[in-house]
Write a protein that binds this ligand. Structure first.
Ligand SMILES: [Zn+2]
Length: 342
């Protein structure tokens, strides 16, 4: 309660531009998840179109510039402090609602959205492994199950003790540390049978992708469409040959379907441990110039172009405003100063 009053006051002060003038040259790049056009959020981590609209309305009425990918690249190339009152938006994976709902809301304001798509998902060869994990756990017959991880180690699922949300998070985290070479086969032969859930013959309606013609329409309307691997497997958990095939394969599919050569990429799940130096080398070899992580920080001049950070787009308007008005940057700076006293 106190915290929310303080934050409201800090955001009120933030409208004057005070924090941006104290911490200049920082551009927040946001990452959206699922966007629902009904009043309720159907999937965890999602947002309603109305909440998204209110965030964009705030930017429009307060004179913020929403950058395209080309704008951001041009600004980084100049190697001068970035203009402070700018933000950029991205959305990962390529679900149907990204085209049907999110893009429509951005277009109401004339704003650009940047899509990172899993090309094997748009090809309908697969749907993301991390969503399979959630799907299967939500439908589990037994509440307790012993699952053999790809490494052969046993993993005990106990839904009564840990609850569904924590179990989904924990099992996904464990799988990110395992070899992911045969992950999709593992889902089919191990995860689903252990939980006594039938492997879906088709992609379930809530996990459907957009089509390639949707992706072309997005690019034709001025949005960005870029690769996000072929299968969404964690790059740091793959062999060199698999890394190359995920990176080059997804670039080639974008090139074939959208008739241009992409130079921007986003790492699946994007934490520091989800990609490594070899991935960056492969991106460089494959002609990629900029790559995005999910490390929650601002983009600044002089930054490594292969490790551009992103904030997850918050649902709360106070949390959103403190990132765009720079109060979040100001707090980060105070924390740095406290760590390294002069
Ligand atoms: Zn993703």
């Amino acid at each position: 309660m106190i915290k929310s009053v303080v934050l409201k006051f800090a955001n009120y002060v933030g409208e004057s531009g005070l924090y941006r003038s104290l911490c200049p040259g920082r551009v927040p790049v946001f990452m959206l998840h699922r966007v629902s056009d009904t009043g309720e959020v159907r999937l965890p981590g999602g947002m309603t179109a109305d909440v998204l609209r209110s965030h964009l309305d705030y930017l429009a009425t307060h004179g913020y510039q929403v950058l395209s990918m080309a704008d951001l690249q041009a600004m980084l190339e100049r190697d001068k402090p970035l203009p402070s009152k700018s933000v950029m938006f991205t959305i990962d994976d390529g679900f149907f609602d990204h085209h049907d709902v999110a893009a429509r809301v951005f277009e109401e304001f004339g704003f650009v959205l940047n899509f990172f798509v899993i090309t094997g998902f748009l090809d309908r060869d697969l749907w993301p492994w991390d969503d399979h994990v959630a799907y299967a756990l939500h439908r589990a017959g037994p509440k307790k199950a012993d699952i053999r991880l790809p490494s052969g180690v046993n993993y005990l699922v106990d839904l009564l003790k840990d609850g569904i949300g924590d179990t989904v998070f924990e099992l996904r985290s464990r799988l990110k540390k395992e070899s992911q070479s045969h992950l999709y086969n593992w889902l089919k032969v191990e995860l689903y049978p252990s939980l006594d859930v039938e492997f879906p013959a088709e992609i379930p309606p809530e996990f459907k992708p957009m089509s390639w013609s949707n992706a072309r329409a997005l690019r034709d309307s001025g949005h960005g469409v870029f690769p996000h691997t072929c299968s969404h497997r964690i790059l740091s958990a793959l062999t060199i040959e698999e890394k190359r095939s995920e990176i080059e394969g997804s670039i080639k599919r974008i090139e074939a379907e959208l008739n241009y050569v992409p130079e921007v990429f986003a790492y699946p799940t994007g934490r520091l441990t989800d990609y490594d130096r070899l991935d960056i080398e492969q991106l460089d070899k494959s002609g990629i110039q900029m790559a995005f992580t999910t490390v929650p920080e601002y983009v600044q001049a002089g930054q490594n172009w292969y490790e551009l950070p992103r904030f997850s787009l918050p649902c709360s308007s106070d949390d959103f405003r403190q990132i765009v008005n720079g109060f979040e940057a100001f707090k980060m700076k105070l924390r740095e100063l406290a760590k390294f006293p002069h």
